[in-house]
Write a protein that binds this ligand. Structure first.
Ligand SMILES: Nc1ncnc2c1ncn2[C@@H]1O[C@H](COP(=O)(O)OP(=O)(O)OP(=O)(O)O)[C@@H](O)[C@H]1O
Length: 302
């Protein structure tokens, strides 16, 4: 089976506006994403995530290297057929309505369904846009336009979704709905390549994630790769006293970092003192791994 994304030594340099100096945004990137895989691309601001996505989607030409989508080189527009793409700041013609945007997308990708109107309305409803389906985009909020962009990517029944910060600009409910929708797309076998700063969502959705900084891929890991035997836990509880070195966060609310070995004993002590357990969660999460990698990575020379 052909890889959904195959990238070999892909590089991109920009010229600065005034002094025309070359700035390397992506350096010798190598990556393969399998069909049906969800891959999260994580990195700090300016790491090269959007540049990579723009090269894959034909918005930018690479300076060097090559890449293919489902075996077709990215220089060939056919590689983008059936690929649902949502850029970081989607630019959609604001003289169109959400329904028209979806219908246009269906035609551009040559997707045929029995009832195009019903199909598009289904996706608008899924993204809570049914009531706005015939309003001009210029009258919609940023978060609503973000959801229109996602609806137009979903309605083409994509073989892969490429999403640049799909959750930015959404309120918590919108975020939850979109995460659920993407999880469903993935369960049904869809391939997902996305960037995000919200590491919790990357953990939830991604089978693997890559950390990029200064245009270089630092590491590729999986949420399972973070599960270590002696996983420390964070325990939060409401109680009368500190247990296991817990510090007071607010009146009566304590927080302790507890080793995997002693977590059960700590929970028992919370019960004994008549306390109320608020939260037990693994302390080693993607956020901490991410930050430690970013801190440790050697500074990158332009
Ligand atoms: N059009 C451009 N011209 C010149 N430099 C650019 C251009 N676009 C991006 N860059 C530079 O390329 C580097 C990578 O930018 P990119 O937008 O790919 O990062 P990113 O990881 O997507 O960041 P963010 O998380 O902030 O969106 C940055 O140093 C940025 O300043």
């Amino acid at each position: 089976m052909k890889a959904a994304i195959h990238i070999e030594s892909l590089s991109k340099s920009y010229r600065t506006p005034w002094r025309r100096q070359l700035v390397a945004a992506v350096r010798e990137l190598n990556l393969t994403v399998a069909q049906g895989e969800a891959f999260g691309f994580v990195g700090p601001n300016g790491a090269g995530k959007s540049t990579t996505i723009r090269m894959l989607t034909g918005v930018l030409l690479p300076t060097q290297g090559s890449a293919s989508l489902f075996g077709v080189g990215i220089a060939d527009p056919q590689s983008r057929r059936g690929i649902g793409y949502v850029p970081e700041n989607p630019y959609l013609n604001d003289c169109l309505t959400p329904l028209e945007v979806l219908q246009m997308s269906m035609r551009l990708h040559g997707v045929k369904v029995v009832n195009e109107y019903a199909h598009c309305m289904y996706w608008l409803e899924r993204l809570d846009l049914a009531a706005a389906s015939k309003k001009y985009l210029r009258s919609l909020s940023k978060g609503m336009v973000q959801r229109v962009a996602l609806a137009q990517a979903m309605c083409i029944q994509p073989r892969m979704l490429i999403l640049d910060e799909p959750l930015s600009g959404l309120d918590p409910l919108g975020r939850r709905d979109v995460v659920n929708l993407l999880a469903e797309y993935k369960r049904e076998g869809g391939t997902l390549f996305f960037t995000s700063h919200v590491l919790h969502d990357v953990e939830r959705l991604a089978d693997r994630f890559g950390l990029i900084k200064g245009g270089q891929l630092l590491t590729i890991s999986s949420p399972a790769g973070l599960a270590i035997d002696e996983q420390p836990f964070t325990v939060r509880y409401v109680g009368s006293a500190s247990i296991n070195g817990a510090h007071l966060e607010a009146e009566g609310r304590w927080c302790a970092e507890v080793s995997g070995k002693s977590v059960w004993a700590v929970l028992e002590q919370v019960r004994e003192q008549g306390g109320k357990l608020l939260e037990v969660k693994p302390a080693l999460n993607l956020e901490k791994v991410f930050l430690s990698f970013i801190d440790e990575a050697a500074p990158v020379v332009p």
